[in-house]
Write a protein that binds this ligand. Sequence first.
Ligand code: TYD
Ligand code: MG
Length: 449
Amino acid sequence: MARAKSSYVCNQCGYESPKWTGKCPECGQWNSLEKSEVQPKTTRIQKSSLKTPQLISDNQTAPQSRLISGIREFDRVMGGGIFHASVNLVAGDPGIGKSTLLLQIAGALVKKGITVIYVSAEESFWQIKNRAQRLELDNLDIPVLVETELENILYHTGQVNPQIVVVDSIQAIYSQNIAGAPGNVSQIRECSSQLFREAKEKGWSLFLVGHITKEGNIAGPKLLEHMVDVVIYFEGDTFNQYRILRSLKNRFGPAQEIGLFLMEKDGLKEVTNPSHLFISEQSANRVGSSVVCSFQGSRPILAEIQALVARSNYGVPQRTVSGFDQRKLALLLANFEKHCGLNFSYYDVFVKIAGGLRIDDPAIDLGISAAIYSSYLNQPLNDQAVYIGEIGLNGQVRSVSQLEKRVEEAMRLGFHSVYLPAWEDLKISIKADFKLLPLKNISELLKAK
Ligand code: TYD
Ligand code: MG
């Protein structure tokens, strides 16, 4: 028998090298190369298993393409349901609710007569049954397999022939044929590729649960994210109830789509009106607070920005943000200085997006600037207005995508006006009492207040 081949694989990018080095030559990460031993496979071609090319125009065997769970926030993130024979990675911090979400999805699918198998490699049967009782799913026939060994998992899936397989989690399963403990890079790589192959061949859809590291990456090789069809993150902080399901990659639908849930004592509840949720905490005193409209996937969502500008006690003033990129704050403050003559060098500036939401949309620039300015002056903003616009390096208020839909969302939620980039020709009907307040550049914001 041929000897096992050993090589070193980077646990960040999947780069493979015959020798160990301290720094990965591909991604530059230090101390990320791990030893991997793989049994060489025979390269002889077996004629019986050879595949022939198929024509795209050939439409004789189209499988039913999507399975709908009925949990709408989840189905939308998946691009309209679970795609046939797809491989989906659900990643998130420990304790965020991944197992709860997948058990609820499994329950919803079983209710619709879809065959599911839930493989638990981390928890005992009783822990899962206990969770099912909490979720009031304990009267359903959800098959749970408590197993960590890949070969046994594949044996069971071969017997049951399911439509959906959930593996919770990929870091906890291992194969007898690979050296090393569960969770090491070669185990993750080999176990996942065998599961992928089986899913594609047998036509079941696979859900892999993946933990994320302190740095926010999925533990294990980055390769996993490249291989799978869909990567969804389950986010939120354990101190509040909001949970956001976000698609980072989706081969069958739009990426950056989000689904919103509240984690309650009896499971995850869908949030169908997110704008209400994120601006519901508005207070009457709106010093340093503005409302913005961001686009998440296909949906406009209103959110509240809170800023605090205070005299600094240190030589170097503090700049702290939460929910968006710190560099955006530096840029907006530089804009105030250059185009409005305001100087923040003696002020600490703290800005956050309320509710633990994370927004990368440039359309919130104007709202962030307004909140900072309001806190700086210690004067409240117009609490009936929504701020929409990107700020350019020349201080200009720039146009943003989907402007009409954002304005419509502001109207729908009962706001009275919207600050927006000037000279925009809106092709929507505006309510008689709703005001459009165009701004050309950031200095006009100071007058507009
Ligand atoms: P869990 O699904 O075990 O998280 P993960 O699989 O991502 O590690 O959920 C863990 C947390 O969710 C736990 O702290 C308890 C809480 N929880 C609720 O608040 N309500 C519920 O109905 C359930 C099942 C869990
Ligand atoms: Mg879990």
